[in-house]
Structures are given as structure tokens and as C-alpha cells.
Design a protein around this ligand. Structure first.
Ligand code: MIC
Ligand code: SF4
Length: 647
């Protein structure tokens, strides 16, 4: 028997149901959960709808980091609801100002070997300290908070063997950009990535967390590093050495595929517009005029990242063509920068300081000007995510970002002509948890504050015996949840589904024509059902379940695609939308918007592993058969037929 991967070991320790064979459905116990405010409000409304008194996990934490702009009362209404319901339900509450969920969780709560389920796609960040951390929709996280197991496809495990050591000006961001150039951002559903080899020991936990964070962009279930001496040192510096335990794969662990990366041979890389897997060497695009640089997000705003940026900026001033924004990842990072005199260097260099929150990463401010280039240390550059249509967003390491901020053009930092600083990892971080509020003791009074903008989670009717749906929209490959449900200025409507639903597929609306929402609602009100037709990798990116809830609210009952991403497919089922796959890709070309899709005897045709016979009725009166498949289990089928999990 070959040895076990670390992913398999952690899964085995948490297995509740099923068999650890890749591709099989399994259920695992969840030790910790994490929510952020943009998805958390709905998750807690769902928890309430399930009638749960108190969470049953070892630890559940709610963060406020996404909706902190507070343009209008909606954001703070959500914050007050969350703070009060966390107190009532036994959940720790990280107040606005305390930092970005993944960064703070790594600092204060992550524990090697534990499972973490989070209502945010970048939850795998904590895989950097040896957790099995997975992103999911809010409803799945609510179920986990209630003590229910989490259902997933047992992943195949890809091993990434690291050797050598990163050279000057080359960063851990370049490791994950390299992996993205190899594995791409689609076709990795049902996979986990595990890092091993002698190069691992050269990377600190925050550097590892940058790598696992952007595993989300590969579309994999989780990314994991071993827990070793670096992990012990990091936890000790956070005053949490007791949480440490050594963890690694067996020496002869069998991986589905092994990718070799020699860290010494890496160079600065960049993800070009508008996909995180559109990778080039920085030197290939060097010289491109840039107008904005933003450093921050859950990918790259650790103390190490910002200390490096401050050291490079020390005594210099940002180029006249550049506006530089910096959002430290957490209050801990911000306070340490201040204490160590580094904040002063950033301010003196002309950096515009933002609060410790997601901010520009999710289109909340700092949108770039038309036809200009923005260079960011973030993880996603999907078109329009910056808040500017037709944006040109390049993703890089802090090293490349700061070099660019000084020169005004995209710059390979190795050509800067200055020595690369290497800030030492702090022996002791500044520890002050007073911004994390404890829940009330059981029985203690804890009233819930519910202002007028907090709506109910909408319910969905059962699917009809025969589904006859109209294709409302035909879209291409790699449609992200940002295309389906834009965030940015609309984020504040996350607890108001009727309002938020007005902007479903907004980027596909054409001027002077009815919007997608208007067309879908008209069909729904006439008793019809909507269908979305998509290409490969539908639903990439964010875990936002609103990309299922809002279309469901508008009467969409099926998504028919060549392939659908993991979190989004689960969200569709949770909200009563059938995720169906085209057995023959050629049918994608044959079906068009306005065609009708008929599935007779839905309940009898839907069975695990069985194809579905459907008919397409075209606008010109012709009809043809189409074979559909799916990956639904018996449990999923029962649930989706009833109208989703809440039903
Ligand atoms: C993102 O990075 O896209 C988000 C915003 O953090 C989302 C969550 C959301 O849409 O609220 C994610 O990654 O899941
Ligand atoms: Fe926040 Fe951006 Fe990270 Fe999402 S990717 S959690 S928006 S910082």
C-alpha cells in the first residue's frame, strides 16, 4: 500500500460517511466555521430558518470585512444583526476594523489538522498552516454550524513538490501564479493540491497562505501545506504554540499527479487581464504604463508583505502617474506597522491608506479610470470586478507592485537596481484580541437586532413534474459569479434579495432592451421557468450563494452547462435550481436563447449516474433530442425536487 497524502489523513480523521476513494461522495465533520459579512447575514438568516439555538462546532467565527463602506444604512444594519445574532448563537464576532477574515483566522484561530468550512471561496487560505480549509455557500456553512456534516466529492490529490529557495525579488505569489499557469483556472473540480518537498521549509506560514489562498483560483477544493517547524514558530509568535501539531504526508505518499517547482528558478510573474490564470513573466510586459497600484487583500497584506513594501518605499516617493493604495490585512498588521515606524514610511511615500478590509478587491472604492492599467496584489482580476467596466487589472506580488509604484510602469523588481529587503518574521506578533467579541453564555439574554433592510431568505417552490423552461440567456466559458451577481456598489443589497435580484447578469444587459431581470421576472410571473445555458466552468470564483438565490428568485429552475464549478453547483442545488450538464458538447452550439427545454417525468428520470432525455423546441418550430447528465446524489435529487434545502 502506498503512503497517504496529508489531505487523505485529515479527511480520514474527519470522515463521517462514505469511502475515501477519489470521485466518491463523502461527508466530513467540520471543526471550525468562518463567515464574512457579505455572505454571513444570509447564512445566519438561514440558521434561524432552520431553528438552531446555538452552534455545535468547536469554534465558529463571524468577521466583518467586506461591506465596510457604509454608503447608506444597509451595511451597518447587517453588522448590528450579525453582532447580536453571534452573541445569541455562540459565535465569536470579529468587529469591523479588525481585519480580513482569512488573515485574522490565520493569526488568531487556525489549528493544524482541523477542518474549517467558510462562506467565502478563499477559506483555503488557512491550508497554509495545515488545516483542511474549504469554501462553501452560506447555507452549507449554516448546516455545519448546526453540527451537520459537510458533503463533498472525495478529491484526487495533486502534489506540488517544491525544491530550492526563492531568489531576491521573487515571492510566494510567484509560486501560485506558476501553479496557475500549469493547472489553469478551469477543469480542476474535485481536486485538492498538496505542497511537499524540501522547498516547503524555506517558506513562512504567511508566505504559504498566499499560495493556498489563490488555490481558489484553480477551482480546487482545498490546498494544504504540512505543519512543521515553520508552523510551530508562527503559532508560537502568535502566542498559540499549544495549537501546534506536526503533520505531513507519508514519504511514499501516492499523488494523482506530481508537479515539480524549483523555487530558485522562478521569476516574477503576472496574471494579465482578465483571468488569474492568464500568466506571463513580468519582464514580458514590463514597461506597460500604469496608473494605479493597490497592495492588500487576503492574498498579500501580511506584516511581511507590507514591511517589505515599506522598506522599498523608505525615503522615496510614489511616481507622479501612480495612485498607490494600501490596505493592511488586519488590525494586528496595521498596529505593528505603526509601532515599528513602517506606517510612517508608507505615508511619507505618498501611499493612500485604506482600512483593514477587502475594499478595492471587491470593487468597494479605488475603481481605476477608464482605459488605464491597475496593478494589484490581489487574487482575482475578473472583468469589471474593480468597479470599472473594461478594466485592465494585473495581479502581481508585493515586490512587483511596489517596484511599479516607484517607476510608473509595470516593472520587474529585479531591474530596480536596489537591494531586495528581507524583513525578518516577527518573533512575537502584537496580540490584542479585544476586537473579537465572545458569545453570550447559554441562557444569558442576547436580543437580536433586526433593522428594516434585513429580509427573509426566499423559499423556492418544488420543481414541476415536467420541466418546460425557456433559455433566457446563453453565455460562454468561465462565467464567474461576478458576472452572475455583481458585487461592488451592489454589495449592500446582500440581505435584500428582491433588490439585489434586479442586477442578475447585469453585465450582459444591452442598452435600450429589457434587462435579464425584467425578462426573467416576466416569464416567472406568466408561470414559466427560466433556463441558463453556459459553456465550461460556469460559476467560477466567489462562493456567494446569491448567484443561485437571486436567479431562483427570478424563476430560473435549471442551469445547463458543459461544466459547473463545485461551490456554485452545490449552491444551485441548495436553492432548488437543477445543475445539468450537456452530454454532447455540440449541443451547446445547437441550443440558443429563446429555445425551450422540456424534461418529461423529471422525478423518474433523475437518478444518480443516469442520463436525462430532454427535448429542445426551437423558435422556428423544429425540435431535437438532447442528452443531459448530472452529478447529483439521491439526497441532492430529493432536495432539489422539493425546491432546495430550506424547503
Ligand atoms: C470574493 O473574493 O469574490 C468574495 C467577495 O470574497 C466572495 C464572497 C462574496 O461574494 O461575498 C468569495 O470569494 O467567496
Ligand atoms: Fe475579501 Fe478580496 Fe479576499 Fe474576497 S478575495 S475575501 S473580497 S480580500
Amino acid at each position: 500500500m502506498p503512503g497517504k497524502s496529508l489531505v487523505t489523513k485529515i479527511l480520514a480523521e474527519h470522515l463521517v460517511e462514505g469511502e475515501l476513494t477519489p470521485g466518491r461522495e463523502i461527508k466530513i465533520r467540520i471543526d471550525q466555521t468562518l463567515c464574512q459579512d457579505a455572505t454571513g447575514t444570509m447564512a445566519f438568516l438561514e440558521l434561524e430558518a432552520m431553528g438552531v439555538d446555538r452552534v455545535r462546532t468547536e469554534l465558529s467565527v463571524q468577521y466583518v470585512d467586506h461591506n465596510t463602506n457604509q454608503m447608506g444604512p444597509e451595511n451597518q444594519n447587517d453588522h448590528l444583526y450579525l453582532q447580536s445574532i453571534c452573541r445569541a448563537k455562540g459565535v465569536w464576532f470579529s468587529r469591523p476594523g479588525n481585519g480580513i477574515c482569512h488573515q485574522v483566522h490565520l493569526e488568531r484561530f487556525g489549528v493544524p489538522g482541523k477542518t474549517l468550512l467558510g462562506s467565502d471561496s478563499h477559506t483555503p487560505t488557512n491550508g497554509g498552516m495545515g488545516m483542511l480549509a474549504i469554501g462553501a455557500g452560506g447555507l452549507d456553512v449554516a448546516v455545519a454550524m448546526a453540527g451537520g456534516p459537510f458533503k463533498l466529492t472525495c478529491p484526487r490529490v495533486v502534489g506540488v513538490r517544491l525544491s530550492g529557495r526563492l531568489g531576491p525579488w521573487v515571492a510566494s505569489k510567484d509560486i501560485i501564479l506558476k501553479v496557475l499557469s500549469i493547472l489553469g483556472s478551469k477543469g480542476n473540480v474535485g481536486t485538492a493540491v498538496e505542497y511537499f518537498g524540501p522547498g516547503v521549509a524555506t517558506l513562512t506560514v504567511p508566505e504559504r497562505a498566499t499560495v493556498t489562498n489563490m488555490g481558489a483560483e484553480l477551482g480546487v477544493t482545498a490546498s494544504v501545506f504540512p505543519s512543521d517547524e515553520q508552523t510551530r514558530r508562527y503559532l508560537a509568535a502568535q502566542g498559540r504554540e499549544a495549537s501546534w501539531r506536526p503533520l505531513a504526508a507519508d514519504d511514499d505518499a501516492a499523488y494523482d499527479r506530481v508537479i515539480e517547482i524549483d523555487l530558485s528558478a522562478l521569476e516574477p510573474l503576472v496574471a494579465c487581464p482578465s483571468n488569474p490564470a492568464n500568466i506571463k513573466a513580468v519582464r514580458e510586459v514590463a514597461g506597460l504604463p500604469v496608473n494605479q497600484v493597490v497592495i492588500g487583500s487576503c492574498t498579500n497584506s501580511s506584516y511581511r508583505d507590507l514591511a517589505l513594501v515599506a522598506a522599498v518605499l523608505d525615503g522615496r516617493v510614489v511616481h507622479p502617474d501612480i495612485s498607490l493604495g494600501i490596505a493592511p490585512g488586519s488590525r494586528q498588521v496595521m498596529q505593528m506597522l505603526s509601532r515599528d515606524g513602517l506606517l510612517d514610511k508608507l505615508i511619507a511615500a505618498g501611499a493612500r491608506l485604506l482600512e483593514s478590509a477587502c475594499g478595492p478587491c471587491i470593487g468597494q472604492g479605488f475603481s481605476p479610470a477608464n482605459d488605464t492599467v491597475t496593478v494589484r496584489t490581489f487574487n482575482r482580476n475578473f472583468a469589471g470586478r474593480t468597479g470599472t467596466r473594461q478594466d485592465q487589472c494585473y495581479l502581481v506580488s508585493p515586490e512587483t507592485a511596489v517596484a511599479t509604484a516607484l517607476t510608473g510602469v509595470l516593472t520587474d523588481p529585479r531591474t530596480l537596481g536596489i537591494a531586495c529587503p528581507s524583513p525578518a518574521a516577527p518573533a512575537r506578533f502584537l496580540i490584542d484580541d479585544r476586537m473579537i467579541l465572545a458569545p453570550a453564555a447559554p441562557g444569558e439574554a442576547a436580543p437580536i437586532i433586526r433593522k428594516e433592510t434585513i429580509g427573509e431568505p426566499p423559499r423556492c417552490a418544488a420543481l414541476p413534474a415536467a420541466l418546460e423552461g425557456t433559455v433566457l440567456l446563453k453565455v460562454g466559458d468561465k462565467i464567474t459569479t461576478d458576472h452572475i451577481m455583481p458585487a461592488g456598489a451592489y454589495l449592500k443589497y446582500r440581505s435584500n434579495i428582491p433588490r439585489y435580484a434586479q442586477v442578475v447578469f447585469e453585465c450582459f444587459n444591452e442598452e435600450g432592451k429589457p434587462t435579464f431581470a425584467e425578462r426573467a421576472a416576466a416569464l416567472r410571473d406568466a408561470g414559466g421557468a427560466g433556463v441558463i445555458l453556459a459553456g465550461e466552468s460556469y460559476g467560477q470564483g466567489s462562493s456567494r450563494e446569491h448567484a443561485a438565490i437571486c436567479p431562483m428568485f427570478l424563476g430560473v429552475r435549471a442551469v445547463v452547462a458543459i461544466s459547473i464549478e463545485r461551490i456554485h453547483a452545490a449552491n444551485l442545488v441548495n436553492f432548488g435550481i437543477l445543475p445539468l450538464l450537456l452530454a454532447d458538447r455540440a449541443d451547446y452550439e445547437r441550443i440558443g436563447a429563446g429555445d425551450r427545454l422540456v424534461i418529461a417525468g423529471l422525478a423518474t428520470q433523475l437518478a444518480p449516474g443516469k442520463a436525462i432525455a430532454a427535448t429542445v423546441l426551437r423558435a422556428d418550430g423544429s425540435r431535437s433530442p438532447v442528452a443531459l447528465t448530472h452529478t447529483l446524489s439521491d439526497e441532492d435529487i430529493a432536495m432539489v425536487l422539493k425546491g432546495g434545502r430550506l424547503a
